[in-house]
Design a protein around this ligand. Structure first.
Ligand code: SAH
Length: 223
């Protein structure tokens, strides 16, 4: 570890984490393996030390560069929306918006390989070292603009987007495999909806999952 407690005491204790799991259950997360994973991933290591005491609250928190670590409920709900009822486990999943890597870490055991794209280079570097520290190795990270997906690695059985465009980027649909699922927030700030888009041949079926609040999907990259 990087000198910070992994199991710890006080606000990062097992009891504090258990309260988060109780809260997720109360909010409607029923998938027990996802709940177990939410309990296991040390969210306090993904945020600044000054915020570690709040890491097991069910809220988004700042991670620098104007970005946030997603709210645990949303991470759990997106993970469930992507993997539930899918068997065998998806082989290739694309994530857009690595951020600090928390969603990546939660999802990793449920898929064979994650390809994750982040536009802000320093965030990507931090995510890379945190995932290595947690010995999560089935992930490939790339600095790039997620609007274009990661065509060379597709098609993907799942695509999970952690930032909101106004509407679904066509290139992401093109990179979905047959039967593949795209989990994506769309809409303007303050009134976004989380969608699940499922590819059936050349049809893309849309389901509205829940109202959400994400940072915008921004075009281009930043160093
Ligand atoms: N997945 C993170 C949440 C990250 S917040 C978690 O687990 O908490 C959303 C991230 O999307 C930010 O880091 C932001 O920089 C990134 N982002 C926004 N637009 C992007 C784009 N076009 N391509 C790649 N990443 C993008």
């Amino acid at each position: 570890m990087n000198g910070r407690e992994q199991n710890g005491i006080g606000m990062t204790s097992a009891r504090t984490r258990e309260r988060l799991i109780d809260r997720l259950k109360a909010e409607g997360i029923k998938n027990t393996v996802v709940l177990e994973r939410m309990r296991a991933v040390p969210r306090h290591l993904f945020v600044d030390e000054a915020l570690a005491s709040r890491a097991y609250e069910d809220t988004a928190l700042p991670i620098g560069f104007g970005q946030t670590i997603s709210q645990p409920y949303i991470v759990a709900a997106m993970t469930v929306a992507l993997i539930e009822g899918v068997s065998p486990r998806p082989t290739r999943v694309l994530e857009i918006g690595t951020g600090c890597g928390y969603q990546t870490a939660v999802l990793a055991p449920f898929v064979q390989h994650i390809y994750s794209v982040e536009r802000i280079q320093p965030l990507l570097q931090r995510a890379r070292s945190m995932l290595a520290e947690l010995k999560i190795s089935n992930v490939s990270l790339r600095h790039g603009d997620g609007w274009h997906g990661w065509r060379a690695q597709g098609p993907f059985q799942g695509i999970l987007v952690a930032a909101a465009p106004e509407d679904v980027p066509p290139e992401l649909c093109e990179q979905l495999d047959e039967g593949g699922r795209l989990i994506i927030p769309i809409g303007a700030r303050g009134r976004q909806t989380l969608l699940r888009v499922t590819r059936i041949g050349e049809e893309f079926q849309r389901e509205e999952l829940l109202p959400v609040s994400f940072v915008p999907l921004v075009a281009g990259t930043a160093t």
